[in-house]
Write a protein that binds this ligand. Structure first.
Ligand code: GDD
Ligand code: MN
Length: 360
C-alpha cells in the first residue's frame, strides 16, 4: 500500500540515532501508512549505511544520499521531492522533536482546512527543554525578524518540525531559496498566498547522541535567507555575497599595499604584487566559506579551486582595465570609467568562478 505520510529526516553524522528514530516513529504511528526518507549528505560516520541496514529490514525506510553537497534546507526539499505521499513531514534525526506529535499532526491535517501544522516550542504548553538562556534569547529575536517575512504569524517559524500538504509545498516550490537551515521559514515566506497554519506545542528534548551542526556560520546563512526573501527577485543572494567579499578584499588589498609600500618601504611593484596575491587568496577563502558554503571545496580540490580562481580574477582584471580605458578614451569622467571597469570585472569573476571554481 502506498504511504499517506512521508517523514523526511535530514541527517549529518547521526549514525546512532537512525535505528532509535525508526523505532520511535513506528511506535508513534501505529495504524498509519507512513514511510521515512533519510536525506544524508554523505556523512563521514556512515549514517547512510546505517539507514540502508534498517531499510533492508523495513521497506518503509528509504535513503537519499547526496554527494559533494551540504545543507539542511536543500536536503529537506530533495527528500520531499523524492516522495509521492500527499502529506509530508520534516523532523530532525536526533530525537529532539517529539515524534508522538506526528499522529496528532496527521489527524489535524486529515480534518482539512489547514495547509501546514507546525510543532511549536513557543505555543502555549510548549517548552525549550534544557536550552541555555542565551540561546533562548537569540532564538526569540530571530523569530521576531522572521515573522515580518512570513506574513502569517507563527509563534515558532524557526521550527524544524512540521507537516504540510504536498499541494501547499508545490505552491511554494518555485520561489524557495533553499539556503541554510530554515526550511519552514523558506516555505511560508515563499507561498504565493499566506498558508493556513495550525500550531501544536511540544517540548524540545535534549540531544543524547551525536552533536549539533549549528555553528557560528548559521547566523550568516540566516541573514542570507532573509536577504534572498527580501531582494532575491532583483539580485541573486550569491552575487550579493560575492560582491561583499570583493569589497572586503579591496580593503585587504590596501592594507597589505600600505604595509609593504609605506611600512616596509619596498618598491611599489612588489607591494602591489603582494597585495594582489593576498587579496585574491582572501577572496577565494571567504567565498569558499560564505558564498559557496553549500559546495565548499576541501582537501586537494582547494588547490585546483585557488588556481582557477586566480585565472578567473586575472582575466577579470584585463576586462576591467579594457572597459575602463575604452570609456575613459571616449571622454567619460575618470571615476565613472573606473567604476564601470570594476563592475564588469565583478560580474565576470562571479560568472566565471561559478563555472570553473565552484562548478556543480
Ligand atoms: N542532510 C543534512 N545536511 N542534514 C543536516 C545538515 C546538513 O548539512 N546539518 C544538519 N543536519 C541535520 C542533523 O543531522 C539533524 O537531523 C537536523 O538536521 C538538525 O540539526 P541539529 O544540528 O540537530 O540542529 P539543532 O538541534 O541545533 O536545531 C534544529 O532544531 C531546531 C528546533 O526545531 C534545527 O532543525 C533548527 O532549524 C530548528 O529550529
Ligand atoms: Mn538537534
Amino acid at each position: 500500500m502506498p504511504a499517506e505520510l512521508t517523514i523526511v529526516v535530514p541527517t549529518f553524522n547521526e549514525i546512532e540515532n537512525v535505528p532509535l528514530l525508526v523505532a520511535a516513529t513506528e511506535q508513534a504511528l501505529a495504524g498509519v501508512r507512513w514511510e521515512i526518507i533519510f536525506v544524508d549528505d554523505n556523512s563521514p560516520d556512515g549514517t547512510a549505511a546505517a539507514v540502508r541496514a534498517v531499510a533492508q529490514l523495513d521497506a518503509r525506510v528509504r535513503i537519499v544520499q547526496r554527494f559533494g553537497r551540504r545543507g539542511l534546507s536543500s536536503a529537506c526539499v530533495e527528500g520531499i521531492l523524492a516522495s509521492a505521499a500527499p502529506i509530508v513531514a520534516v523532523m530532525d534525526a536526533d530525537l529532539q522533536h517529539d515524534e508522538s506529535l506526528l499522529a496528532r499532526m496527521l489527524t489535524r491535517m486529515r480534518q482539512g482546512g489547514v495547509d501546514l501544522v507546525v510543532g511549536s516550542r513557543y505555543a502555549e504548553g510548549g517548552s525549550m527543554g534544557e536550552w541555555t538562556r542565551g540561546r533562548v534569547a537569540a532564538s526569540r529575536l530571530a523569530t521576531r525578524m522572521a515573522t515580518s517575512l512570513t506574513r502569517t504569524p507563527i509563534s515558532d517559524p524557526m521550527s524544524g518540525f512540521f507537516m504540510l500538504t504536498r499541494e501547499a509545498f508545490e505552491r511554494s516550490l518555485p520561489r524557495l531559496s533553499t539556503v541554510g537551515f530554515k526550511i519552514l521559514l523558506d516555505i511560508t515566506a515563499s507561498a504565493p498566498a499566506p498558508l493556513r497554519i495550525a500550531e501544536m506545542p511540544y517540548t524540545f528534548r535534549t540531544r543524547q547522541h551525536g552533536e549539533s551542526k549549528l555553528d557560528s556560520l548559521v547566523l550568516w546563512e540566516y541573514f542570507q535567507l532573509i536577504l534572498d526573501k527580501a531582494f532575491g527577485r532583483i539580485v541573486p543572494v550569491r552575487f550579493v555575497s560575492f560582491a561583499l567579499v570583493g569589497g572586503f578584499g579591496l580593503a585587504v588589498h590596501f592594507l597589505i599595499l600600505s604595509a609593504f609600500y609605506l611600512g616596509l618601504q619596498t618598491g611599489f611593484g612588489l607591494a602591489q604584487t603582494a597585495a594582489t596575491i593576498v587579496a585574491i587568496t582572501n577572496n577565494f577563502v571567504l567565498n569558499n566559506l560564505l558564498t559557496y558554503r553549500d559546495q565548499r571545496l576541501r582537501g586537494p580540490a582547494l588547490l585546483r579551486g585557488w588556481v582557477t580562481f586566480n585565472l578567473v580574477c586575472a582575466t577579470g582584471a584585463v576586462a576591467n582595465i579594457g572597459v575602463a580605458e575604452w570609456l575613459f578614451g571616449r571622454e567619460t569622467y575618470w571615476v565613472l570609467s573606473a567604476v564601470a571597469g570594476v563592475l564588469v570585472s565583478v560580474v565576470w569573476n562571479y560568472a566565471m568562478s561559478s563555472l570553473f571554481t565552484w562548478r556543480r
